[in-house]
Design a protein around this ligand. Structure first.
Ligand SMILES: Nc1nc2c(ncn2[C@@H]2O[C@H](COP(=O)(O)OP(=O)(O)OP(=O)(O)O)[C@@H](O)[C@H]2O)c(=O)[nH]1
Ligand SMILES: [K+]
Ligand SMILES: [Mg+2]
Length: 365
């Protein structure tokens, strides 16, 4: 830790300009590496150790985690959303473990996890921070609950904690390829102009990780941090909503300002205000689509949609969601809905489905 602090101090006092860029990049790589070592030493991977969370069974179609400082209203929100009681009180650290609740929205079963409050330094082992963040890593969407009365800097602080645990919020994995090899040195290719990385910098950073032979292809402007993420691996990319709670204490003027920020949803958990919009947004951020099944000669089962997560799920994904062996037996599928021109249309396993399509699987005999 002392070494990390020293390097961070050096990073902060170094002037940021073209001449110092390389040095700064290297410092970043060194810090990232040390951080992981410290966390690994403290048992299991920090740049994101999975398997370190609370012991709660995953249930339902998707999992949503409530993360935030103490007393921002996470438990109040869980109780309001799911009807599952989680104790709420005006003192900090009321909640000491993960409390799961479930709700049904548009036919999907959503598991909501109330989590203990986290504090600065959580990622380095303060409080139950590591367990909270280990659990946050398993969520499909994170709701960062913030007290709308508290400084806006709190958002950054929590983000920083999650970042330090390998969680990337509202980001996509960098569009680049890193392929390690046995020999041949570094083969560096940038498809678009780079503002931070060049051959030398990449070479130095890889060397820090003892990678001497690799193909590196950058398909977008990749930052040093993003490159380090790819080298370290084990990062998770999770959509996040900033849930500003306790808006009953704000003025209309204050509300109008914070309402405009991206990913923000304004609520009052206590009064149950604006929970409809919150659920609508959660639905959007979960990126789920509903597929109805239609047994031959019967109406579709509209009450129990099959929920799929990926953006453009195929018939193959649909089959695999039902059962591993189904795909092997599949002859073709009949599909009704937005993804097809004819109603129904005969399609193969590569066909991409859309929300609320109806699918009838026809098996080989
Ligand atoms: N004014 C106001 N107070 C609220 C609202 N929601 C929750 N509170 C209050 O905020 C306090 C903390 O609520 P909790 O639900 O215990 O907060 P928590 O985030 O679960 O806290 P920890 O479990 O300690 O981390 C309680 O006194 C709640 O009544 C709200 O919408 N408006
Ligand atoms: K509390
Ligand atoms: Mg609580």
């Amino acid at each position: 830790m002392a070494k990390i602090n020293e390097l961070e101090a050096e990073y902060n006092r170094t002037q940021k300009n073209k001449a110092t860029m390389k040095h700064l990049c290297l410092l970043k790589a060194k810090i990232a590496k040390l951080r992981r070592e410290v966390l690994d030493g403290g048992k299991s991977g920090g740049g994101g150790g999975a398997g370190e969370g609370f012991d709660v069974n995953k249930s339902g179609d998707t999992r949503v985690g409530l993360v935030g400082f103490p007393s921002v209203g996470k438990s109040t929100l869980l109780t309001k959303l799911t009807g599952t009681f989680s104790e709420a009180a005006s003192y900090e650290f009321t909640t000491l473990t993960a409390i799961p609740g479930t709700l049904t929205y548009r036919g999907a079963k959503i598991q909501v996890l109330d989590l203990p409050g986290i504090i600065e330094g959580a990622k380095d082992g303060k409080g139950r921070g590591r367990q909270v963040m280990g659990t946050a890593r398993t969520c499909n969407v994170i709701l960062m609950v913030l007290d709308a009365m508290k400084p806006a800097t709190h958002k950054k602080l929590i983000e920083h904690e999650l970042e330090g645990f390998g969680i990337r919020l509202n980001k996509k994995p960098p569009n680049m390829v890193l392929r390690k090899k046995e020999k041949g040195g570094l083969n560096f290719q940038a498809m678009v102009e780079q503002s931070e990385l060049d051959y030398d910098t990449v070479f130095q950073i890889l060397k820090e990780y003892k990678i001497h032979n690799a193909d590196v292809t950058l398909r977008e402007d990749v930052s040093v941090d993003a490159l380090i993420d790819v080298i370290e691996g084990n990062r998770v990319y999770i959509p996040c909503l900033y849930v500003l709670n306790k808006i009953d204490q704000l003025t209309i003027e204050e509300l109008t300002i914070i309402d405009q920020l991206p990913h923000n949803v304004l609520i009052s958990a206590h009064h149950g205000w604006n929970l409809d919009e919150l659920l609508e947004k959660v639905w959007e951020y979960c990126n789920m689509i509903r597929i109805y099944t239609k047994p031959k000669g019967r109406l579709p089962d509209y009450d129990a949609p099959v929920i799929l997560h990926s953006e453009n799920p195929s018939i193959e994904d649909f089959c695999n969601r039902l059962h591993k062996s189904i795909l092997k037996e599949l002859k073709y599928a009949n599909v009704w809905g937005l993804s097809v021109k004819h109603q129904p249309q005969k399609v193969g396993k590569e066909h991409l489905l859309m929300d609320e399509d109806i699918v009838q699987l026809v098996k080989r005999i």
